[in-house]
Design a protein around this ligand. Structure first.
Ligand code: SAM
Length: 347
């Protein structure tokens, strides 16, 4: 699949700050891979980085790429498309352009801000208009990308720390804290160094496990880092419940807080939870992400990787035969999902 790269010409940071940002946002959301801007603008680059952090993806903006550098970088395999009201109607040439998507070269889309030099009209493989009326570069680009991708860009699901859940009215946003957020939460709740080192070790194992598994890595990452945050309130068996409450208070997605609640051993059955006087909730991991976090925790003691069979033995020695059996089953299940023996993971 060809890379789709936008080149923004004539950007004046003082005047075009907003519109160039909108060119970048539109490109990013509609499935372009990369954007170059002729004038240097660090603020714009940082702004898009922060949008990626919040809403996902790795769309990059590189500023300070002069027109000459841009033109010299174009090879014979690449296609240069210039969006201009003076060009040919998009509907006349789009099927030809779409074929380029399946070829090796890159597709460069050139949009202007101020007067575009004549050389662009002659060097471009296609000068394309979205109506012959003057419209904004943002709408020209959005409509062109939509035609290029046949509307499929609307299905793009980027995953960042915020998920917007479509609503008929109002706003519904799910928060998936990234590693930086999790560290801030751990520190805010006064987790000591030992606890933080343990959490990082569990996270490392968990991310190793889920590298080859189709799952939501944001949940695994956050829940593995936060799984023991409740130990700052209760260092006994109730810590998973306390961690769950902290996650709720931090307005973290239920998918993460639930994995924190269910991480002990390979889960706690209803009967066991009653005997342990735990609040009446479900402590058994159900989702793949919940199971990965619980399993990763079983592979770590302090900040050291421990053999799963030693861990199981420790449970048995404490008379916890059934939980030990569940840990073994969970370990086997996750190894099968991962496609390798997770007891071999080294950190
Ligand atoms: N005065 C500039 C010129 O002479 O090229 C046009 C400036 S216009 C505000 C900014 C950019 O929007 C253009 O360079 C072009 O890329 C895009 N644009 C505006 N209207 C367009 C249209 N009808 N079709 C395609 N692109 C258009």
């Amino acid at each position: 699949m060809a890379e789709v790269v936008i080149y923004r010409y004539g950007h004046r940071p003082s005047r075009d700050k907003r519109i160039t940002t909108h060119v970048a946002l539109t490109s990013r959301a509609m499935g372009a891979d990369y954007m170059m801007v002729d004038t240097g603008d660090r603020a714009l680059e940082e702004n898009i980085k922060s949008v990626n952090r919040n809403f996902g993806g790795e769309f990059k903006v590189e500023t300070g790429v002069s027109l000459n550098t841009f033109l010299n970088n174009i090879t014979k395999e690449d296609t240069l498309i210039h969006l201009t009201m003076y060009g040919q109607p998009v509907e006349d040439r789009i099927s030809e352009i779409k074929k380029k998507l399946n070829e090796d070269g890159r597709i460069f889309i050139f949009v202007g801000a101020e007067k575009v030099p004549g050389i662009i009209y002659s060097k471009s493989n296609f000068n394309i208009s979205i109506t012959n009326q003057p419209i904004s570069e943002v709408s020209a680009l959005g409509l062109f990308l939509d035609r290029l991708k046949d509307g499929k860009e609307l299905d793009l699901r980027l995953k960042g720390r915020l998920d917007i859940l479509p609503q008929e009215r109002g706003k519904n946003i799910e928060f998936y804290p990234d590693s930086k957020d999790c560290m801030e939460i751990l520190l805010r709740h006064k987790c000591n160094e030992k606890l933080i080192e343990h959490s990082i070790a569990v996270q490392e194992v968990a991310m190793n496990i889920c590298a080859g598994i189709k799952c939501d890595k944001r949940i695994v990452n956050a829940a593995s880092l936060l799984h023991d945050v409740g130990r700052t309130v209760d260092n006994g068996v109730k810590h998973s419940y306390e961690g769950y409450i902290i996650c709720k208070r931090e307005k973290i997605s239920d998918k993460v807080s639930s994995a924190v609640l269910k991480h002990t051993g390979a889960g706690i059955t209803r009967e066991e939870s009653k005997k342990l006087f735990l609040p009446d909730l479900d402590y058994m991991p159900e989702t793949l992400e919940e199971k990965i976090v619980a399993c990763a925790d079983n592979l770590i003691k302090g900040d050291e990787r421990v053999d799963i069979f030693d861990q199981i033995k420790r449970y048995e020695e404490k008379g916890l035969k059934e939980p030990a059996g569940r840990i073994l089953e969970l370990y086997k299940f996750i190894s099968q999902e991962a496609g390798f023996d997770i007891n071999l993971i080294e950190i």
